[in-house]
Design a protein around this ligand. Structure first.
Ligand SMILES: [Zn+2]
Length: 347
């Protein structure tokens, strides 16, 4: 190894040490599907988290279509139950409900989970359930996934076509209660009208936990330059997603991922961009081909970035950010600092 290579390795090591925050991971859903097994978190996930210096994970409660509407609440509660049980069994993790708890976990070398909810289907149309999930630790909520629900409509996986209306009266109540309780409102997936409406009703910094820029993948599920600018004005943070960086497989590369980061930073500055990897390959590869085809027909075919497929790969990202000329200060903000600022402000 040359002296230059060695100094880059050391620089990567230093930047990694402070920990990396990923604001969107479908962990509870996988723990639920493997609920007959024990120590899944410890055996299947901890090694990758450790290799990638992961310090905080947004653990997303998400209920798949096949459980909706009948079992939405039950599956969501079971996902949270598995997360708590597996966390208790491992001893290497902490479920955190406040900024103070997140910092305490980081200081003691534990990986912090922040429970998030992707789609309010588990609430049904009952605001009391929002209070229950808050008490269980849910601290960020996105109103919808791709489908329409009792709160509003998801952005479609096409350049246009989602309903022109924003939130339902129930959706507006959820947003008001989230702001009052201190739950971060996540704008990932919501359709453009809902996005605008939520911002008009709230004052705290908004987040988009996992998304890509429409500049490179023009679908309503992603975020336009106008939307990016509003998030910047409101001092929010946008987490860059790794599975929708391009509609083309050959363009789904680490460099394209960094292009998304750069695009956001060029529009609104380095203080509003973070990470929301949305790693999904581990679930996708467990599916039979029929389910993979179903996903392609319903939404899209995800293109996984070969050297950014799971949490053990984060050093590759840090290296590429260095190679692309980002300063240490900028890289630290992207990897953790910006999310921590929002947590400190809201949680
Ligand atoms: Zn999502």
């Amino acid at each position: 190894m040359t002296a230059i290579e060695q100094s880059i390795e050391e620089r990567i090591g230093r930047l990694q040490t402070g920990g990396i925050i990923d604001m969107h991971f479908d962990l509870p859903m996988d723990l639920y599907e493997k609920r007959q097994r024990r120590d899944v978190l410890e055996i299947e996930f901890f090694p990758e988290f450790e290799a990638g210096n992961i310090s905080v994970v947004g653990a997303a409660i998400y209920v798949e279509d096949r459980y909706i509407p009948g079992a939405g609440l039950r599956v969501a509660l079971d996902q949270i139950a598995r997360l708590y049980a597996e966390t208790a069994a491992s001893g290497r993790f902490a479920i955190c409900k406040s900024y103070r708890e997140i910092q305490a976990a980081r200081e003691t070398g534990k990986i912090a989970f922040l429970i998030t909810m992707e789609g309010i289907e588990p609430l049904g149309t009952d605001l009391n359930q929002l209070r229950v999930f808050y008490e269980l630790g849910v601290r960020a909520i996105g109103l919808t996934h791709a489908r329409t629900n009792a709160a509003g409509h998801g952005g479609v996986f096409a350049a246009s076509g989602s309903p022109a209306e924003g939130l339902t009266p129930f959706g507006r109540e959820v947003v008001r209660d989230c702001e009052a309780l201190g739950v971060i409102i996540d704008l990932a997936h919501i359709n453009p009208a809902g996005f605008e409406e939520i911002l008009s009703m709230t004052t705290k910094p908004p987040i988009v936990s996992h998304t890509n820029v429409r500049q490179y993948y023009d679908i309503e599920r992603n975020i336009s330059d106008e939307q990016i600018k509003i998030i910047g004005e409101r001092r929010g943070v946008i987490g860059v997603n790794s599975i929708l960086v391009s509609p083309r497989e050959e363009e789904s590369t680490l460099d394209k991922y960094v292009d998304h980061i750069e695009h956001i930073a060029n529009l609104i500055g380095i203080d509003s961009v973070g990470i929301g990897f949305d790693f999904f390959e581990f679930i996708y590869r467990q599916w039979p081909e029929s389910r993979q085809k179903e996903l392609a027909a319903k939404l899209t075919t995800p293109h996984f970035i070969p050297d950014l497929t799971n949490h053990s790969h984060t050093r590759n990202l840090t290296r590429r950010l260095i190679e692309r000329g980002f300063s240490d200060t900028a890289i630290e903000k992207i990897l953790r600092g910006n999310w921590l600022r929002v947590f400190e402000q809201i949680l």
